[in-house]
Design a protein around this ligand. Structure first.
Ligand code: NDP
Length: 453
């Protein structure tokens, strides 16, 4: 670690105690930027990175609501408005009991770079609540969303801050949130993305993050004149990102063999087919059941419960060529990374945000495998949100083919930019450096132009 990064990290830790995920995200970026900051003393002078790690605004609020039994519940809501140098704040809302300020700051910080890479004019933000939709009825989820939006509505708007979904916030929650915003403001605007198709949503938005992560993997493979067809793929999660990752992998002739949820994972040696995926989509999106049901339904597949005390996750310990972590942060630790490499994995495309620990990322980089960091590989979701905003502003809807083409081209461009930038700064093939440097330069230059604000 350079003396500058050590000093910066000491200050970040002192000023933001008990936010380990935020420290991790800042450290990864800061380490990538050493060469850029050496070449551009003006960025150091203007304290660009120091400004980028300080959110422009953090909103934290209480959300009281009544459950179906009439008992009063109190949750904590947040919106972190991280950086608006290149456009309105943009980033998802996460509803999960683990949500806290540090996690949302890490996600908002990553979002700034990711959004810059999409080439669309979007700043970075993230929000959510420590509310757990799991096990709640639709009416409880609706009351919570309405309470949450009563406060959030004061701080967002189509030209200010445009939230979307993330863990625990899918089509149902976006509907309830948008409905309350509309009632409070008496306005029908594109204030959220991920909307339903009949009320301002874009085709391909639900599919976009997963499809994008697969397109990114395919672009990485092209640099070695290879393709996804015939490759065995490990996928974690079974939510939005995982489902559409599997769908695109199947359509490209690859063989996905795993899926998981927070209780365990399934391994299907025969491969997850379109029919099996349809079962998973119904199970997770409609019946809201557990992935263990997959193994009850399909013979030949095996369910393994997650052992939280274990030092590794057996999902990452199967023979395969590709891995698509698509559940949550830090789901691949150093031991998991070693298992992946030992089992022959040489393509990792991160659908989730920061799913690999710093130690795991370093192993992938040292092994010189094709490693696509989340900032680049999962940018397809927010990019398509940007396309939804554009369609809302123009009051038109593009076709599936048009949006998918645009998504593909955006992912191709992100890949090219990361690849080119990693070469330019002396670390060819290191997409982590490529993504961090390219995203940073775009935002940093905008901040320089806009003065000290
Ligand atoms: P969903 O809520 O749809 O699915 C999340 C999946 O991950 C579920 O299967 C869930 O299991 C599992 N999961 C969540 N937390 C944990 C945990 N602590 N341990 C193990 N498994 C867990 O979320 P998304 O698919 O939307 O998001 C997945 C990841 O992708 C997140 O990191 C998110 O930030 C990132 N992402 C999402 C985008 C989007 O467009 N949705 C865009 C870019 C990134 P269970 O059902 O048991 O909770």
């Amino acid at each position: 670690m350079s003396p500058y990064v050590s000093e910066l990290m000491a200050a970040v830790k002192a000023k933001n105690p008990a936010e380990p995920e935020f420290h991790q995200a800042v450290q990864e970026v800061a380490e990538s930027l050493t060469a850029v900051l050496d070449q551009h003393p003006e960025f150091r002078e203007a304290k660009i990175l120091e400004r980028m790690i300080e959110p422009e605004r953090v909103i934290m609020f209480r959300v009281p609501w009544r459950d179906d039994a009439g008992t009063l519940q109190v949750n904590r809501g947040f919106r972190v408005q991280m950086n608006s140098a290149i456009g309105p704040y943009k980033g998802g809302l996460r509803f999960h009991p683990s949500v806290n300020l540090g996690i949302l700051k890490f996600l908002a910080f990553e979002q700034v770079f990711k959004n810059a890479l999409t080439t669309l004019p979007m700043g970075g933000g993230k929000g959510g609540a420590d509310f757990d939709p799991k096990g709640r009825t639709d009416s409880e989820v609706m009351r919570f969303c309405q309470g949450f939006m009563c406060e959030l509505s004061r701080h967002i708007g189509p030209d200010t801050d445009v939230p979307a979904g993330d863990i625990g916030v899918g089509a149902r929650e976006i509907g309830f949130l948008f409905g309350m915003y509309k009632k409070l403001k008496n306005e029908f605007t594109g204030v959220m993305t991920g909307k339903g198709l009949t009320w301002g949503g874009s085709v391909i938005r639900p599919e976009a993050t997963g499809y994008g992560a697969v397109y990114f993997a395919s672009e990485m493979l092209k640099t070695r004149k290879e393709e996804l067809k015939g490759k065995t793929c490990l996928v974690s999660g079974s939510g939005n990102v995982a489902q559409y990752t599997v769908q695109k992998l199947i359509s490209m002739g690859a063989k996905p063999v795993t899926l998981s949820d927070s209780a365990g994972y399934i391994f299907d040696t025969a491969g997850i087919t379109s029919e099996k995926l349809a079962f998973v989509m119904d199970l997770k999106n409609v019946r809201r059941g557990r992935i263990s049901d997959y193994a009850n339904k399909f013979t030949g597949s095996v369910y393994t419960p997650l052992d939280r005390k274990a030092d590794h996750n057996p999902l990452w310990d199967h023979k395969a060529e590709c891995a698509f972590p698509s559940a949550t942060q830090n789901e691949i630790n150093e031991r998991d990374a070693a298992n992946l490499l030992r089992n022959g994995v040489y393509v990792v495309s991160e659908g989730a945000n920061m799913p690999s620990t710093i130690g795991a990322v370093n192993q992938f980089l040292d092994a010189k495998i094709l490693f696509g960091p989340g900032k680049a590989a999962n940018a397809g979701g927010v990019a398509t949100s940007g396309l939804e905003m554009a369609q809302n502003s123009m009051r038109i809807s593009w076709t599936r083919e048009e949006v998918d083409n645009r998504l593909f081209n955006i992912m191709k461009t992100i890949h090219e930019v990361c690849h080119r930038t990693s070469e330019k700064y002396g670390t060819p093939g290191n997409y982590v450096n490529g993504a961090n440097i390219a995203g940073f330069l775009k935002v940093a230059n905008a901040m320089m132009d806009q003065g000290v604000v």
